[in-house]
Design a binder for this molecule. Structure first.
Ligand code: FES
Length: 151
């Protein structure tokens, strides 16, 4: 029997059953696959809170230098000035989050993305950065240098 031979009420009843069956099939497949994908997806892990990082030995950090260190998952720039002072700031630009670098030739902290400039106190002095860099504390214990959060 072909569909053309069915009367209008029979055809609509058949279409309704097809839709109902298709929906049930989709729900069944979803109810089987969802727990499998939920099991395979790795759980979210909370970030470990870091409060202090040992950077290295004081004798290994040259005057007029800057280096990026990892502070947990975030970059921090450690600078040793011409006078030998140690300073540390968040190395994430306050404009659009590029990583900044120390420019010995400029005597500044520089962001290559949009030519943003910060002085050696972390203050934004030129370019698009809207705020200063967050300052970190630098502590020297014996020969070891540590960087920690200020608060
Ligand atoms: S991201 Fe640093 S100046 Fe734009």
């Amino acid at each position: 029997m072909n569909n053309n031979a069915l009367s209008q009420p029979e055809r609509s009843k058949r279409d309704f059953l097809k839709i109902l069956f298709s929906g049930g099939l989709i729900a069944l497949v979803g109810s089987v696959l969802y727990p499998i994908f939920a099991y395979l997806k790795p759980p979210k892990q909370s970030e470990v809170e870091v409060s202090s990082v040992k950077v290295g030995k004081l004798k290994d950090i040259e005057n007029e230098s800057g280096q990026i260190i990892k502070f947990g998952s975030k970059p921090v720039i450690l600078i040793r000035t011409t006078q030998g002072d140690l300073r540390a700031f968040s190395a994430t630009c306050t404009h659009l989050d590029c990583t900044v670098q120390y420019r010995k030739d400029m005597g500044m902290i520089w962001c290559a993305c949009h030519n943003g400039k910060y002085d050696l106190t972390g203050r934004n002095v030129s370019g698009p950065p809207p705020r200063p860099l967050t300052e970190f504390r630098v502590v020297v214990q014996g020969e070891d240098v540590f960087v920690s959060k200020t608060s």
